[in-house]
Design a protein around this ligand. Sequence first.
Ligand code: 4AD
Ligand code: MG
Length: 442
Amino acid sequence: IADIKGGESEGLDKLGQTLTVRGWVRTLRVQSSVTFIEVNDGSCISNMQCVIDSDAEGYDQVESGLITTGASVCVQGVVVPSQGKKQKIELKISKLVTVGKSDPSFPIQKKKVTREFLRSKAHLRPRTNTFGAVARVRNALAYATHKFFQENGFVWVASPIITASDCEGAGEQFCVTTLIPSTKEAIDSPVDAIPRTKNGLIDWSQDFFEKPAFLTVSGQLNGETYATALSDVYTFGPTFRAENSNTSRHLAEFWMIEPELAFADLNDDMACATAYLQYVVKHVLENCKEDMDFFNNWIEKGIIDRLSDVVEKSFVRMTYTDAVELLLKSKKKFEFPDIKAFYMRLNDDGKTVAAMDMLVPRVGELIGGSQREERLDYLETRLDELKLNKESFWWYLDLRRYGTVPHAGFGLGFERLVQFATGIDNIRDTIPFPRAPGSAEF
Ligand code: 4AD
Ligand code: MG
């Protein structure tokens, strides 16, 4: 349908052509002389309005009640001008085939359903305008992400999902273990199922990985290993955090984009983050016009202007000290953030680190990044201070031992970017199958 109706003429260039459309029935309107079937195939917001007369092949399916909301159909017909105001063209059906009928219990009917209700129908919600548009814009953002980094000479690196290191040191990792076999007996009585040594300690030698392993919270450390060999690299993959925050900005499973720049400092890092965001936002404004108009009309009034500003205006840079001063003056309640991660480079003042966050309206923290501590002695001291086990970071320390370089990078939460670019207020509506405390269905 996007192919037919997209472009300047909104389909008028196809007049007279015989075309086939496959999709799902959105609505059926039976009028005295004609019947209208609105078909959507997920390629765009627009439906294809199809008109069927009683003499068309397959009209009996309308009469017998087969054509209902949710049914999948294949329609063949001639493109004709439409009398309606909503579209320039419609399809005059010559042949109608029901591919799969839809049970009357189909839960997504025309009446407005809440996004909260749709979260319980994650398998069917992509058939709505909102979730169809979110899926397409998410896809465009992913495409633009690869395009931006590829055009700028970055190499995509696959970071592992299972790892023994805790990059952020916040203790938010999900443990992956085969120590508890997934049998019913073991699940009913996991404490008895865990193998123990003679001393009563957990016997990790019997685990698949022979040590505690976790779902990754960040691909950064792995990214650093490749940046110190291939120069600029980026990762783009799923990451996991077991933080029990039931908020509209946190997921237990989210995708992160993590570029790592070699021979670079914090300024280069900030420049890269800014250029990246402007590039992907511009891409979406230029390539997802219909979906963005939809968000502008129905989700967040003014979002297109807000995003255009992002592309055109420069970003305000503010130091940590200035931000604290501003907050103190505002008399708003706020907490001083906790200790920074072990890998961040110590500044010359010996107190602060070379780190940055990018904050955006409505979402808050979109990006967190830093220049990494490239000096072996400083890094070892820092690991000691935080009482982290130096031995387990032997490979990370090797990167400083053999040809270390100043390097910097950042992590961008992809779902927060989708929130920012669509105006969707809850992060659970930006990913097809959200994982959050107490929810891992589908
Ligand atoms: O600020 P964070 O914790 O930084 C890192 O993980 C660094 N290792 C990144 C790096 O320098 N390579 O996380 C980065 C971003 C945040 O700014 C936020 O956008 C997103 O990841 N994020 C989450 N998004 C959704 N749900 C969560 N629970 C998130 N936690 C972080
Ligand atoms: Mg952060």
